[in-house]
Design a protein around this ligand. Structure first.
Ligand SMILES: O=C(O)CCC(=O)C(=O)O
Length: 305
């Protein structure tokens, strides 16, 4: 899920036409959550300044202090092969003590990743450092995911498989996030059976992916303490401008259709994709790539007729 990207190539973008920057900016304290509710209803992402205002994690989660408290836990780590066909597809590449990961990745800049690390299950004591805001949303207490990466690492373009509403809070390290609405999936050449796109937004190859020229999204730089609300199915690419730690809360979408789609993704579509990868490897990957091109062509021809 991660890939090293040259730091200098990333910000600011030189394709303003692909990305707008006019994302809603909210303060829960100012309107009691009414602005967020409006974004949820309109399925629009937003940056929230004070979602995590009272979290001790913002002070306590330095690599040093995490190492001292829970550094002995053994964690799974990932690299860019997570997204590539073959043996490591959707799998971790190694396990190591959390303290070694923090030292090698956050301090020394090795491009390994931890993502979707569920602290509710693995290190529940860390839940004491975060709070679920009382804003009428049904946040999952069982799935509180954390993300760790070095300066320069990129979480490639994807949307979350469970189709939940995601609230991603930056604990440490500024990061640039690019977002696209669900209706951009064809222009982004989504690989069928996955929630993943393989287009390169830093060096878009419009000869191979002509429909990408029509994609329109947002780009925002998040600061520590800020929270990004992502509605179900919104595409996101995260690029770590500094060594980073993040936490994602999720709450189920009101719409039954999204919840069903999430369940089907998790229980049927993703397992089928993994099985086909095991059996066919690169041939399966190439087939998905061809399907993505075919679907984007259909979109292009609809636009021109
Ligand atoms: O921080 C990251 O690497 C990715 C975050 C993400 O994908 C999420 O919160 O859903």
């Amino acid at each position: 899920m991660t890939s090293a990207a040259p730091l200098g190539a990333s910000v600011p973008t030189d394709r303003p036409e692909m990305f707008g920057s006019d994302l809603s900016r909210l303060q829960l304290a100012a309107d009691g959550g009414a602005g967020l509710q409006a974004c949820i209803d309109r399925r629009q992402p937003a940056v929230i300044d004070d979602f995590a205002a009272s979290w001790p994690a913002l002070r306590r989660w330095s690599p040093e202090r995490l190492s001292l408290r829970v550094g002995d836990r053994v964690v799974r780590v990932f690299d860019a092969s997570f997204g590539e066909p073959g043996r490591n597809y959707m799998r971790s590449v190694d396990v190591m003590p959390f303290s070694r990961f923090l030292d090698q990745v956050l301090d020394q800049g090795r491009d390994l990743r931890m993502f979707l690390y569920n602290i509710s299950r693995q290190v529940p004591e860390l839940l004491d450092d975060i709070e679920f805001p009382d804003i009428g949303l049904n946040f999952s207490r069982r799935f509180v995911f954390t993300f760790f990466g070095c300066r320069g690492s990129t979480t490639p373009l994807h949307y979350d498989i469970d189709m939940g509403q995601v609230f991603h809070t930056v604990i440490r390290g500024r990061r640039r996030v690019r977002l696209f609405a669900p209706d951009q999936s064809r222009a982004l050449y989504r690989h069928p059976f996955t929630v993943r796109s393989y287009v390169d937004l830093d060096a878009p190859d419009f000869a191979t992916w002509p429909a990408l020229a029509n994609a329109r999204g947002y780009e925002v730089v998040l600061e520590p303490g800020q929270t990004l609300f992502m509605p179900p199915g919104w595409w996101h690419e995260f690029h770590y401008l500094e060594p980073g730690i993040g936490v994602s809360f999720r709450s189920p979408d009101r719409r039954l259709g999204s919840r069903l789609r999430g369940a089907v993704n998790l229980l049927a579509v993703s397992p089928a994709d993994r099985l086909a990868n095991r059996m066919l490897g690169r041939r399966w990957f190439a087939w998905k790539g061809r399907q993505a091109v075919r679907r984007a062509r259909q979109l292009q021809s609809k636009r021109t007729t």
